[in-house]
Design a protein around this ligand. Sequence first.
Ligand code: ZN
Length: 112
Amino acid sequence: MSANKGWAIHCHHDTLIEWCYDYRERVHAIQKKPEHEVAARLRLFKLLPAEAVLELPIALLAYNQAVETLNQAGESWGQTEQTRWHDKWCGCQDWDGTEIRFSKVNLKRGKP
Ligand SMILES: [Zn+2]
């Protein structure tokens, strides 16, 4: 199996270089983009070879390491603990444990 994560070029259309956590998942997402974008996105999106990564700014690499550490911290924070923390410090009914659920009720200003 080939590498599935690493530094990538043109992973998204508005970012030159970024860390790609799941190459195959991103390819799958690109295939759902507007038809006229798909071929170019697939042609341009590539995981970078180590030689190219060595020429990236050290700050970009440090940023990625910080994000990775943050993600690992999030993964070690279990759902039960997150819910307990949320209920203590926020307690809103909009958060369903993974995301805010937006209501379509009362969209007009001035309505209670
Ligand atoms: Zn909340």
